[in-house]
Design a protein around this ligand. Structure first.
Ligand SMILES: [Zn+2]
Length: 227
């Protein structure tokens, strides 16, 4: 993968060139922690970045004011990167320290790292956009700005309204205290990809998991809904 025919050096170069501005985006979202469907400033910050990077923007996805999509490229497969930017209630925290230090006791905070999640996904989408342009490769890359991951299930509504119906692959990640990689599908999105042969059983399982998830405690912030 790292030989002379690898795409990685070029892609990593695109990432390195823009890392600083995307770290600033993550810091901006960290500084304005907003919860469940109220991520007005966070979504606006992501929209500004999409615009600055030259994406075509769709606002108000599935009728949700803080959901948006940025798309770039023409033809080819549709590659989706999923971003989130919602915070959690009661997790106000100073940045850069490893002990509990609320900025405002009881206020919202990004204890789950979604300020990183959204910005990192958007940087990945941007690097792929730049690569498609540089190499003249057909393909569309999309950034999905998904609100209300912490209990609001916005992606389920986005799926229901067909926002993922022509997506060939959806890629997501989550901050953690150790590196790991998984090819397991995230159910709401996988269930929306019409070409999947495993859609019926996954849909059944999603219904079960969605019911279980509704009972999840607010401070349990690891990724959910995995098969
Ligand atoms: Zn999370």
């Amino acid at each position: 993968m790292t030989g002379e025919n690898s795409n990685l050096p070029l892609v990593f170069d695109f990432i390195d060139r823009k890392t600083e501005v995307f770290c600033e985006l993550a810091d901006r979202v960290w500084a304005t922690p907003e919860t469940c469907y109220m991520e007005t400033q966070s979504a606006a910050a992501h929209r500004e970045m999409l615009e600055a990077q030259g994406f075509r923007i769709t606002d108000n996805v599935a009728g949700i004011p803080t959901a948006l999509i940025g798309e770039a490229g023409e033809g080819g497969p549709v590659i989706a990167f999923l971003g989130e930017y919602d915070a959690l209630a009661g997790l106000s925290q100073a940045a850069g320290v490893s002990h509990v230090e609320p900025l405002t006791a009881g206020a919202n905070g990004h204890g789950c790292g979604h300020n990183l999640l959204g910005s990192g996904s958007l940087l990945a989408a941007t690097a792929l956009k730049d690569w498609l342009e540089k190499t003249g490769t057909p393909g569309r890359v999309r950034y999905y700005g998904c609100p209300a991951e912490e209990g609001g299930a916005a992606k389920a509504f986005m799926v229901r309204e067909g926002a993922f119906k022509d997506v060939d692959i959806a890629i997501s990640w989550h901050p953690s205290n150790s590196p790991a990689c998984s090819a397991r599908p995230r159910l709401p999105i996988a269930a929306s990809i019409s070409s999947s042969k495993v859609v019926p059983p996954m849909r059944r399982r999603y219904r079960n998991l969605a019911a279980a998830r509704s009972m999840r405690r607010a401070d349990e912030c690891r990724c959910q809904l995995y098969a």
